[in-house]
Design a protein around this ligand. Structure first.
Ligand code: ADP
Ligand code: MG
Length: 480
């Protein structure tokens, strides 16, 4: 029952049944009808004193009187126009508080189960209600998945990608660690207390994997780029040469000549040309280019975009084994190609998923692909190019990009700077939720946006396919 001083935003009630933090309750309001509330805190009041503790320790039993009190935040109700409202007058003391009815939760929170455009991401914590994020909203308004390392970002993004694949949405994953090709294989769905209704499934038939280094990433198709569209300055930008100016003329001459005589040219051609030119200072440039050439991503024939991106399929771009500077360049080229081709309608509307986004669109400093992410984040929605940003350092991701991500999946975060960055980018995040984020167990997330009207605590569903990001043990532990 409601007791004590009653406010319009929250109230206290006595607890006589099992009740957990974040659970939903309902209570009747005299003019608004059934109102939904959420448990924000539970206190157990006891009469045990420190003296009593001493007595118990010394063997004298002391009767303990205890009562549970819950603090409930009012979520609201739907009015006759189906708008979310909160009552403008306090509830009456003595009103009974019940565990909320599933239909009321769904109605007030705005959840719809088994819809055509919903991505099933998990169950509402404490209730058997599926949380489905609207795929159109996610593509149009972008997604971010944030947590500290090991918080479950890749696991969760995998679940999201499974849903996109099931709905035949075209996906491209930028995968710096080679974690996503495991989605081709069936996973193991462990028995849990809660039944998520998930059965193992592999997505071999839906995934195309491309890798920059096919020696260590067997089974992937090679990803190649022509040098065709790179000018001399861009090539120099890929090298470690600081004094760009002194080599620019030399390289420009080589590139221009090769363009005219050969059309499609490779780095080897540039190297041969420079060596033949006999210029005394070309040595440094040649050795830098030889380093690039070893990376093996530049070739006469590049991977065709219509081979790379196919309607309804998920392309994994596996960058494992490729140096960061080259990764940035590749991501830049892929990002630009997707944006331009999407603009012209030459590829289907799609989702671009970026792991380790702090490396590709950092808040501080510029990398090769910084600009393209700003462009996709701000203009992608017009063209149906969605972005999913995954990072363990929210504070280190370009604010211009992160602030455009309207669907946020927040797993456990403890770093104060990251918490600040997250809190400042979410609407409707209460103080209580900020505390909650630091204490989230693995597998739970606070999700906002995605067509849902308020932040929700969600237990992420198990994966159908195999998760590739398992931690490596230094000393193998013996599992019971
Ligand atoms: N929802 C979940 N259910 C079960 N296990 C999970 C879940 N999320 C994460 N894990 C476990 O936690 C580990 C770390 O998750 P991962 O997604 O690789 O972390 P991150 O990408 O944030 O560094 C995984 O190996 C996985 O086994
Ligand atoms: Mg990860």
């Amino acid at each position: 029952m409601v007791f004590g001083n009653v406010g319009t935003l929250s109230f206290n009630c006595g607890v006589t049944a099992h009740l957990e933090k974040m659970e939903y309750v309902q209570v009747h309001h005299e003019t608004s009808g059934w109102v939904l509330g959420q448990v924000s805190e539970i206190v157990r009041k006891t009469n045990l004193t420190v003296e009593g503790v001493e007595e118990i320790v010394h063997g004298t039993p002391v009767p303990i009187d205890e009562k549970e009190i819950a603090v409930i935040s009012i979520v609201g109700f739907r009015d006759d126009r189906n708008l979310l409202q909160v009552p403008r007058t306090p509830l009456k003391a003595g009103e009974a508080v019940y565990r909320a009815d599933e239909d009321l939760i769904k109605k007030v929170v705005g959840l719809h189960e088994n819809t055509d455009t919903g991505a099933y991401i998990g169950l509402l914590s404490g209730h058997d209600i599926k949380v489905e994020l609207d795929i159109n909203t996610m593509v149009q308004k972008h997604v971010s998945i944030l947590s500290k390392t090991g918080g479950g970002k890749s696991y969760c993004s995998g679940a999201l990608i499974e849903e996109l694949m099931k709905h035949n949405v075209t996906v491209c994953v930028i995968d710096p660690h080679g974690e996503y090709s495991s989605m081709k294989h069936k996973g193991v769905v462990k028995k849990t207390i809660r039944d998520f209704g998930v059965s193992p499934r592999g997505y071999e038939d839906k995934i195309s994997e491309f890798a920059t280094d096919t020696n260590i990433n067997k089974g992937a198709k090679p990803l190649k780029f022509t040098l065709h569209n790179l000018d001399a300055r861009e090539i120099l930008g890929l090298t470690n040469i600081k004094n760009v100016r002194s080599f620019l003329t030399m390289l420009r001459k080589a590139v221009d000549t090769l363009k005219q005589t050969k059309g499609n040219y490779t780095l080897s051609d540039v190297i041969t040309y420079l060596e033949k030119s006999g210029e005394a200072s070309s040595g440094t440039l040649v050795s830098e280019l030889e380093y690039l050439n070893e990376v093996d991503v530049f070739a006469e024939q590049g991977t065709k975009i219509d081979e790379l991106i196919q309607k309804g399929r998920c392309t994994v771009i596996n960058l494992r084994g490729t140096p960061p500077d080259i990764q940035e360049l590749i991501v830049n080229r892929v990002g630009n190609a997707l944006f331009e081709l999407r603009k012209m309608g030459k590829i289907p509307p799609m989702m671009l998923v970026v792991e380790e986004a702090h490396n590709f669109c950092p808040q501080q400093g510029q990398v090769a692909c910084s600009k393209v992410f700003r462009t996709i984040a701000s203009e992608g929605r017009k063209f149906g190019l969605g972005l999913t940003i995954i990072t363990q350092r929210a504070a280190k991701v370009d604010k211009n990009v992160l602030s455009q991500c309207n669907t946020q999946v927040i797993l456990k975060v403890t770093n104060p700077n990251d918490l600040k960055a997250i809190a400042s980018s979410i609407e409707g995040l209460t103080q209580g939720m900020e505390e909650e984020i630091q204490r989230l167990p693995i597998g739970s997330a606070i999700i906002t946006g995605g067509g849902v009207s308020m932040p929700l605590l969600v237990e992420i569903r198990p994966r159908e396919s195999r998760h590739g990001g398992e931690s490596v043990e230094v000393i193998p532990s013996r599992r019971m």
